[in-house]
Structure formats: structure tokens, C-alpha cells
Ligand binder design. Structure first.
Ligand code: AMP
Length: 328
């Protein structure tokens, strides 16, 4: 499947002495795992190449995957190949200096609304961009070297973006590739401890979310994490955004949405939408966002617009329940 595009990417990598890897804003386990895993794969396979990750965002949650690379001077870009992982459209690339690079390669698993790059390898059915990096390694494993650390980064993205291999995109291929990567010596107990252990304070916030979350008439569970709440629990954007995971798993609530007040001058409220069975990305797209069928992001600019979005989501879930069977 898609071997020729992978061959083109490998040939392009071989052409360049300098490779700069880019990822998306609001980093997550998949884009961090894919960028760090790809960097480690390329460094181990082609030690003479200069390979770096270009990003300005830091994540406390993902700090266990090691420090990020230092910023580079502007004259670094012109001779470089940019590989952009896990980003559907160029606006969402976290560092816009990708445009200074000589050529761009896209590797992604989101819905391909705005193709870009001299080579574009997009497979929407993949459970994670890291699954694609694993597949790239699997295809050329006679030529490439994957270290234990590279495998750990890739495996982290595979388990986080697939909901621990729970979501619909998980295929037999996902599991076969996960097996190949695991065999490189990934320490799963260490990885899961990093992913699951909570601080005392964050559990208090989770308890507060359970106490205060709301449910619309037709089963959309939601919460606005406003600035007052963020101050009360000492939250930053990343820890406030984690509220989304506490809203999932309620029988009959097919959609759950966390609104995170940013406090910026545009009064932007970050929206994290999740669903089971019913695709909700069209709602995200209506409100300045996008993403996957059942996991998308958007932005609203007032509490009134937040309620508009909630009304749309509630109407859609009502229709979905009326027209479909077998949902839970
Ligand atoms: P998040 O809630 O930020 O974890 O986003 C869920 C999924 O939607 C991820 O795959 C994101 O890359 C994607 N996504 C989030 N925000 C946006 C946006 N504004 N536009 C397009 N895709 C987005």
C-alpha cells in the first residue's frame, strides 16, 4: 500500500543533508512522538545528516519524551527539506518558518482538505501519524535503523492517538506495526506510568469537572473551563484542556465538548470536541476548526457562540439518535 510515495520520501530524504521536522500547534502525543521518532529514525539511519525538530511549544504532559531542540537561525532553512508530520493544513504548523525550506513533505492522517508539499503522503484511515512513521520504518527496515528510544517515541503516539488502540481507525495493520515497534524494547510500564500518573491537584480538578459538567437535552456533555476555574486549580492551557477526557464515557452522551477560555485579546475559547459513532468534524469545521470524524478542535469567540455550537451539536446528536440504531 502506497509504497511508491514512501519510496519518493526516502529518496527525498537521501537528497538532503539537512532535514527539519515540523508539527502542529497545541502539541499532542502523536505529533511529538512522530517528530521525535522520525528524528531518531533518521539520525540512527543517516548519522551524517543534520536533523532537527522546529517548534516553539512545550508540553508538561509530554516532557518525559525529552527536551525539544534549540531554535535555529533563519539562514538554516533555505537548504533544508521540511518534513511536516500530523498537520492537515499549513496554518496549523506550529512554526511558520517551514515556508523558508527548499521543499516540503507532508505525512499526515487527517482529512486532507488543503493538500501541500512536493510529496504528500496522507492516509486518513490511519489511527495515528506515528502508525505511518512505523509503517515507513517497516517498509524500509533493511535500510533503516530504529533505536529503542525512537521506538518509544513512535509507540507513544500510536497509543495516545488511538485511545490505547480503542478507536475505529485501529486496524490489524495498526497492531502488527505496534508489535514490530514494541519488539524494539519499548518499556510499556514506564510509558504508561508517565501517561497515567496524576498529581494530587489534578485529581481535585477532575473531581470538580465531574461535579460541574452539564448535559444537553439530547446527550451532549460539556463544560466551560473559564479563567476563574483555571486560577482556582492553577491550570495552564494544557492541563485545563485535559478536562475533555473526564467528560467521556457517559452512556447516551454520544458527544462531549470542553471549552477552554484562553484569556487572549480576541476572547478566543478553545473547543475540544469528541464523539463516539456520530462524526462531529462538520461542527468543528463550522466553528473555525477541523480534525478527525470523532476527535476535532475548533475556536469560538464568545460565550454566545459557544452556545450556538452547543445547540448545533445537540440538534445533530438528536437527529443521529433518531436515524441510527445500535448507539450506546
Ligand atoms: P484537540 O482537541 O486539540 O486534541 O484536537 C483533536 C484533533 O483535531 C487533532 O487531530 C487536531 O489536530 C485537530 N484539530 C484541533 N484543532 C483544530 C483546528 N482548529 N483546525 C483543524 N484541526 C484541528
Amino acid at each position: 500500500m502506497n509504497t511508491s510515495v514512501k519510496q519518493e520520501i526516502l529518496a527525498k530524504i537521501k537528497e538532503y543533508d539537512r532535514i527539519l521536522i515540523f508539527r502542529h500547534k497545541r502539541v499532542d502525543g502523536d505529533c511529538v512522538g512522530a517528530s521525535k521518532g522520525l528524528k531518531e529514525l533518521l539520525k540512527a539511519s543517516f548519522p551524517e545528516k543534520d536533523v532537527r525538530i522546529i517548534d516553539d511549544e512545550r508540553s508538561d504532559y509530554l516532557a518525559f519524551l525529552g527536551p525539544d531542540d534549540e531554535a535555529v537561525p533563519d539562514d538554516f532553512y533555505a537548504s533544508a527539506l521540511a518534513i511536516v508530520v500530523d498537520v492537515a493544513d499549513t496554518e496549523r504548523i506550529s512554526n511558520q518558518k517551514f515556508s523558508l525550506c527548499k521543499e516540503i513533505v507532508k505525512i499526515d492522517h487527517h482529512i486532507d482538505r488543503t493538500p501541500y508539499g512536493v510529496i504528500s503522503w496522507v492516509e486518513e484511515g490511519r489511527s495515528a501519524a506515528c502508525e505511518m512513521i512505523a509503517d515507513f520504518y517497516a517498509t524500509f527496515q533493511d535500510e533503516l535503523t530504529l533505536t529503542q528510544w525512537g521506538a518509544t517515541c513512535i509507540y507513544t503516539g500510536m497509543v495516545t492517538d488511538s485511545g490505547r488502540f480503542m478507536y475505529e481507525g485501529v486496524s490489524g495493520d495498526s497492531m502488527r506495526l505496534a508489535g514490530l515497534i514494541l519488539d524494539k524494547g519499548v518499556k510499556t510500564d514506564w510509558l504508561y506510568a508517565n501517561l497515567y500518573l496524576k498529581t494530587f491537584e489534578s485529581l481535585k480538578f477532575t473531581a470538580y469537572v465531574y461535579e460541574h459538567m452539564k448535559v444537553t437535552e439530547n446527550g451532549v456533555c460539556w463544560l466551560l473551563v473559564d479563567k476563574a476555574m483555571q486560577q482556582k486549580f492553577g491550570l495552564n492551557m494544557e492541563s485545563a484542556s485535559a478536562a475533555i477526557s473526564s467528560l467521556s464515557g457517559i452512556r447516551g452522551c454520544l458527544c462531549w465538548i470542553a471549552f477552554i477560555e484562553t484569556g487572549d485579546e480576541e476572547h478566543a475559547i478553545r473547543v475540544r470536541l469528541r464523539s463516539r459513532f456520530a462524526a462531529i468534524n462538520h461542527i468543528a469545521e463550522k466553528y473555525h476548526g477541523g480534525g478527525h470524524a470523532c476527535a476535532s478542535g475548533a475556536t469560538v469567540y464568545s460565550v454566545r457562540e459557544m452556545h450556538d455550537l452547543l445547540r448545533d451539536a445537540d440538534t445533530y446528536i438528536k437527529e443521529y439518535k433518531e436515524n441510527n440504531e445500535g448507539w450506546l
